[in-house]
Design a protein around this ligand. Sequence first.
Ligand SMILES: [Zn+2]
Length: 283
Amino acid sequence: MRAGVSARSVAAVVLLAGAVLALTYALASLVPAPRAPRHEVAASHDAGPSHDAAGFWTTEPDRLGPDGAIVAPPEREEFACLVPRLEIPREAACERGEPYPACRWQLPAEDANDGLYTIWRNTTPEHRWARPGLVSLVLASVREYAMRWPGEHVTVGDLDAAGPRHQTHNRGVDVDLYLAHAMADRNEPGRAPIDNYHGLSRRAVRLHRARVLDFAKILARCSGGRLRIYYADREVVDTFRAWFAEEGLVSDVSSQPMQMHNDLHRFHFHMTTAEDLAVLPSE
Ligand SMILES: [Zn+2]
């Protein structure tokens, strides 16, 4: 009998130990593994432009699906708004302290921009000039977008381009901006604009809108709210306006920072900024 009891005791102890072990394991799996510091995460990601030591990198590893695709927008809404270190062509009048239009900056060409952005196919070098404040805002914003959405980039269209294509774009304050990963439609000759989200799953549409909204927030923050964007997507417009007001931002360009416009503005932002927008600091 004693031997039997002893065997049962041993079995009970073994069972108990097993249960404790299993419980410990289960609890451990509930506690998230410590995250690597952001700057180390950034270093291992080798995508987009390099970040600075302040560690504002926002691409958490859990934003990527198993295939490496981005499946969630960045959580953090902290934007550095720094002008990337590029050679920016500028008129000699800028040196002499003269105002626009004598002083203008030119958005650097694609082969001189470190892969930060592409230039819209119809935008010529003459159409890349504008006020220094606007050029610096575009550069700081495309840098921010490329860091927040690794592997993607903004396409920059016309800045100053007075003529048949535009009624505006003649005061150094207008620019057209495109997001190839979020604005599916194209302005093909002879074809009416189709639905920007045609044929996409609801999840894909959500992510497209998240990109558009994130880029609008970058532009708003980096300009201090001093902008107006035309974009023809009611949901994006309403969400952006609510965020803008909640952030306490106020636009001195227009009563509303984002507005609906014609169908051409389904696939790009037309942005107008304040004339006296200050040049942003460099990285
Ligand atoms: Zn435009």
